[in-house]
Design a binder for this molecule. Structure first.
Ligand code: SF4
Ligand code: SF4
Length: 193
């Protein structure tokens, strides 16, 4: 009875949903080594962590056989951290080079929609609390661009929404997966204005 994490697709964040929901401390954040730590002697196989991970990186095994099977699947998983960005941040509507400097924002603006998430070191974990950008942009035109820019502003993250090079509006603070619909509504309201 154990839990496994596929670190090929997990961004190993302090804000990990699995760490937050684990009732026994089987999953915890190792501050010194800056990594999620697994202590399977404490795991009660409740499954809460598996349900909390938005990209399916956490798996719970109920037997040694299942553990070995999942471990092998993780070993054979061809995905890499680069694919994580595709999964998490959405490939099609987004520029591959979406990490930019704050002073590059003006240069990146186009006649279409451009979303820019401002972040800093304290807000970088699990973008908008793990809502994949491809979900955030799913109702927007397919040529919508998305960038992340490190910022010195306070109260981050902030999502800036530009159209035709004009700032239409901004959304401040974290949104959890449970608040996804609320976030999408806010984005759509700003875009429709
Ligand atoms: S929620 Fe999933 S992807 Fe995020 S840190 Fe935890 S295990 Fe990794
Ligand atoms: S299955 Fe339950 S006890 Fe085990 S690591 Fe996940 S949340 Fe913790």
């Amino acid at each position: 009875m154990s839990v496994l994490i596929n670190f090929k697709i997990c961004d190993n964040a302090k804000e990990c949903g699995g760490v937050n929901v684990c009732p026994t401390g089987a999953l915890s954040w190792d501050e010194e080594n800056e990594t999620i730590k697994i202590d399977n002697s404490k795991c009660i196989c409740c499954g809460a962590c598996e349900r909390s991970c938005p990209i399916g990186a956490i798996k719970v095994a109920f037997s040694d056989e299942e553990y070995n099977k999942i471990a092998k699947e993780i070993e054979d998983d061809p995905r890499t951290v680069k694919d994580l960005f595709v999964d998490r941040y959405g490939a099609a509507p987004l520029s591959e080079f979406f990490m930019i400097d704050e002073d590059e924002i003006e240069d990146k603006l186009t006649e279409g929609l451009v979303l820019v998430e401002l972040y800093n070191d304290d807000s970088i974990e699990c973008l908008l609390k793990s809502i994949p950008v491809k979900e955030i942009t799913k109702d927007l035109p397919s040529d919508t661009l998305f960038y992340k820019a490190e910022s010195k502003e306070e109260n981050l993250p902030v999502l800036l929404i530009y159209k035709n090079k004009e700032l239409l509006g901004k959304i401040e603070g974290y949104y959890t997966v449970d608040q996804k619909e609320e976030l999408l509504e806010k984005i759509n309201d700003i875009v429709k204005e």
